[in-house]
Ligand binder design. Structure first.
Ligand SMILES: [Zn+2]
Length: 166
């Protein structure tokens, strides 16, 4: 696994433990080159999901991107991260079990709206207000970018929230 800080390829696993009620394995890794520390997750992937944007462009479904947009929508809301992970797992399971490898981006947006409505009202409104601006384009990637701000979130991980959000 490549180090996200220096690009070194020789990172080492320091600790592995079950996460998300054993639906995943969480590994703490350290890079011997720059001493950077980061976390990876191993999860079952039943099939390769592809998101089809309104423009017809296709992109691999990116769980991390979805998680980042939810992180931003849930910023400073007191929501248990485990509940967020379970919600994401639920969305992925629904997508995987739908029987279609190609998923319209709008479908993902709808599932996120459903999930957030139960999880946190404020986050729901935040996501919905951005989502509605994009319902014409139905471009989920654009929603994620808009929610996350456009500073691209430089390397460092953490749940402190993205800088640059209004
Ligand atoms: Zn490194």
């Amino acid at each position: 696994m490549r180090c996200p800080y220096c690009g070194g390829l020789d990172t080492q696993v320091k600790d592995s433990r079950p996460a998300e009620e054993s639906a995943a394995i969480r590994r703490r890794r350290v890079c011997p080159d720059c001493a950077g520390r980061f976390t990876t997750f191993e999860r079952v992937q039943l099939r390769d999901l592809v998101v089809v944007k309104k423009t017809g462009r296709r992109a691999p479904f990116d769980r991390e991107k979805l998680a980042r947009s939810l992180d931003v929508a849930l910023r400073k809301r007191n929501v248990d991260p485990d509940r967020v992970d379970r919600m994401i797992n639920g969305i992925v399971r629904q997508l995987e079990s739908a029987g279609e490898a190609e998923i319209p981006s709008g479908r993902i947006g709808e599932l996120v709206m459903e999930g957030l409505r139960e999880l946190d009202g404020v986050a729901y409104v935040r996501f919905a207000s951005v989502y509605r601006n994009f319902t014409e384009a139905r471009d989920f990637g654009a929603i994620v970018d808009e929610l996350a701000g456009d500073d691209g979130e430089s390397g460092a991980s953490g749940r402190e929230g993205a800088p640059g959000e209004p």
